[in-house]
Ligand binder design. Structure first.
Ligand SMILES: *Cc1c(COP(=O)(O)O)cnc(C)c1O
Length: 339
């Protein structure tokens, strides 16, 4: 099977499996797992943040990051197709007790201009804004990357009003690779940030949430409450360290493969493809006369996995476990299915 459903499907390679088998471990709830401690220190260093926490999932990272910045009864501003809104089982309401104030955008990329009118101070008639959340890269926006000046303006203006900013950087390293900047620059002004080790970086499990040390100390307690106190988690962190150090090197190849796929889709008359900046390709199949479900079923029968997320829109995500040749095959198969 050529699996282009998501970059979450990447499997740990030989180097990771060896490191997992040999990992030095301890009880991380006591803070005694040396491998987890190394991963947390290294992630904080790379991000240029005081501290980081190893968490099982990106959803838990976002849940902790947002809880740390907000109080019950506040609003969190995000775009209308944000992962925290559409794909996290309303954890933000359930755990943080906040409402989402979503703002529609074309590409998922917010600007200060787009959000300034919904950012509200404390007042007698409304819920004040507790935090602003930005997603970089933007998943449902097709892997779009925030222009740095836009992030910086949102952070500067929000901070001037006393409002903190959380970045859902599930694919932060893809954003950095596309922008040609170190990740530390991308997150320099955000208060808290989450990124996934388990997507294109290739780890089997795990995400990081990072920010000021005092917040991460509190975050450690939230992680325990959420069921994320993982004991000898060094077995997982060992793979995470390799993902962190080695994973970013492979991202330009994934991005080139996504460009290749977009190029092939662009040549298919009944398909229209959205602009591609990283490893996510979104395309519209409505002109084929088939639904995305029918197309993904026909692809699957021919050994290619790609999902639709609406009736019309499908998504291909490139990653280290799909080669260029496999991308070529996948596009040959799609052409056949559309024909
Ligand atoms: C994958 C993803 C997450 C986290 O997902 P988990 O499955 O909980 O690790 C968060 N935000 C975005 C944008 C994602 O794509």
């Amino acid at each position: 099977m050529i699996d282009l459903r998501s970059d979450t499907v990447t499997k740990p390679n030989e180097q990771m499996r060896r490191a997992m088998a040999e990992a030095e471990v301890g009880d991380d709830v006591y803070g005694e797992d040396p491998t987890v401690n190394r991963l947390e220190a290294r992630a904080a260093e790379i991000l240029g943040k005081e501290a980081a926490l190893f968490v099982p999932t990106g959803t838990m990272g976002n849940t902790i990051g947002i809880k740390l910045l907000t109080e019950h009864g506040q609003e969190v501003v995000c775009d209308s197709r944000a992962h925290i809104l559409d794909w996290e089982l309303s954890m933000l309401a359930w755990f943080s007790g906040c409402l989402i104030r979503s703002v529609p955008t074309d590409t998922g990329i917010l600007t200060w201009d787009a959000i300034k009118s919904v950012v509200k101070p404390v007042g007698p008639h409304w819920a004040p804004t507790g935090a602003i959340e930005i997603e970089n890269t933007h998943n449902m926006g097709g892997g779009r990357v925030y222009p740095q000046a836009v992030i910086d303006e949102i952070c500067d203006e929000a901070h001037a009003l006393g409002v903190p900013v959380h970045m859902d950087g599930a694919r932060l390293f893809n954003a950095a690779a596309a922008a040609g900047r170190p990740v530390s620059e991308l997150v320099a002004k955000v208060d808290t940030v989450t990124f996934c080790l388990s997507k294109a970086l290739g780890a089997p499990v795990g995400s990081m949430v990072a920010g000021p040390r005092a917040l991460m100390d509190k975050g450690r307690l939230l992680r325990k409450r959420l069921g994320g106190g993982m004991r000898q988690a060094g077995v997982l962190a060992a793979a995470g360290l390799i993902a962190l150090e080695e994973g970013p090197k492979g991202l330009p190849a994934d991005h080139a493969n996504a460009q290749y796929i977009a190029g092939r889709l662009g040549k298919m008359e009944q398909i229209s493809v959205f602009p591609v900046e990283t490893n996510i390709v979104i395309y519209d199949v409505s002109a084929t006369g088939k639904s995305s479900k029918e197309i993904s079923g026909a692809l699957k029968a021919r050994g290619v996995l790609m999902n639709g997320f609406t009736d019309k829109l499908m998504r291909a995500v490139t990653h280290r476990d799909v080669s260029r040749v496999e991308c070529e095959t996948a596009m040959d198969v799609l052409e056949e299915v559309v024909r």
